[in-house]
Design a protein around this ligand. Structure first.
Ligand code: PXP
Length: 250
């Protein structure tokens, strides 16, 4: 049976705009609350080591005010892991981080960081946090993730999103489909994210129905400039989760 589909909305880039001028606005927490009201199933923020957009106080306020799960994207930096353990979001997604990158440009190096990942995964899971690992759609990465047994893998969809021609896009889709199949066989939830937008998300989900959650940021924040945050989220949710919203369990 296919998993229920979720839309996670990443509000980092509301904070990017705030950081651009050092103003108190626009507030990523206000955007997250609007997104939740418009139907987002969870909110993602990336507390980066350089604090270039989201700050600790944003995470604290989100945890106080949000009624849907918060997914904290984070590196293995010991200070960030301690912060996650102390604040206990419902979910976290472990990602690689390089200071000079514009955004998260690839999945985790599971071979190099295996011991640190195992340690963080155990500590975060023991604290009741559902952990996902951000991985490239490559067989070795999926096999290594399967051994570590997180709750989920989030498959990096950058190669698909950035494909310059149909052939490259088809190859990228096939890689994602095969990674998703293997992860699901290993009992892991399958999430996807990076570079997804209003035109490429439906073909991805049609080709890889095993994807249970899409985490999307840049495209939603960009669309919100023209139609407002609630409408941008409603439009994306209609693409990611077509059909009526299921009633919450009694
Ligand atoms: N998922 C992960 C793990 C990411 O690192 C990012 C980028 O911050 C996203 C999803 C969202 O990507 P985008 O902003 O391109 O939609």
């Amino acid at each position: 049976m296919l998993p229920p589909r979720e839309l996670g909305v990443n509000v980092d880039h509301v904070a990017t705009l705030r950081a651009q001028r050092g103003t108190p606005y626009p507030d990523p927490v206000a955007a997250a609350l609007l997104a939740a009201e418009a139907g987002a199933d969870n909110i993602t923020v990336h507390l980066r080591e350089d604090r270039r957009h989201i700050q600790e106080y944003d995470v604290r306020r989100l945890l106080e005010l949000l009624e849907i799960p918060l997914n904290l994207e984070m590196s293995l930096d010991p200070g960030i892991v301690s912060f996650a353990l102390a604040s206990a979001p419902a979910r976290c997604c472990l990602v690689p981080e390089r200071r000079e990158e514009r955004t998260t440009e690839g999945g985790l190096d599971l071979a190099r960081d295996e011991a640190r990942l195992r340690d963080a995964l155990e500590r975060l899971s023991t604290a009741g946090i559902a952990v996902s690992l951000f991985i490239d759609p490559e067989p070795e990465a999926v096999e290594r993730a399967a051994v570590l047994r997180p709750r989920a893998v989030e498959i990096h969809t950058g190669r698909y999103a950035n494909a310059a021609d149909e052939k490259t896009r088809a190859l990228a889709l096939a890689e994602i489909a095969s990674a998703a199949r293997r992860a699901a066989e290993a009992g892991l939830e399958v999430h996807a994210g990076h570079g997804l937008h209003y035109r490429n998300v439906e073909p991805l989900l049609a080709a890889v129905p095993l994807i249970g959650a899409c985490n999307i940021g840049h495209a939603v924040v960009a669309r919100a400039l023209f139609v407002g945050f609630p409408e941008a989220v409603r439009e994306m949710r209609a693409l990611v989760c077509p059909g009526p919203r299921p009633e919450p369990a009694a």
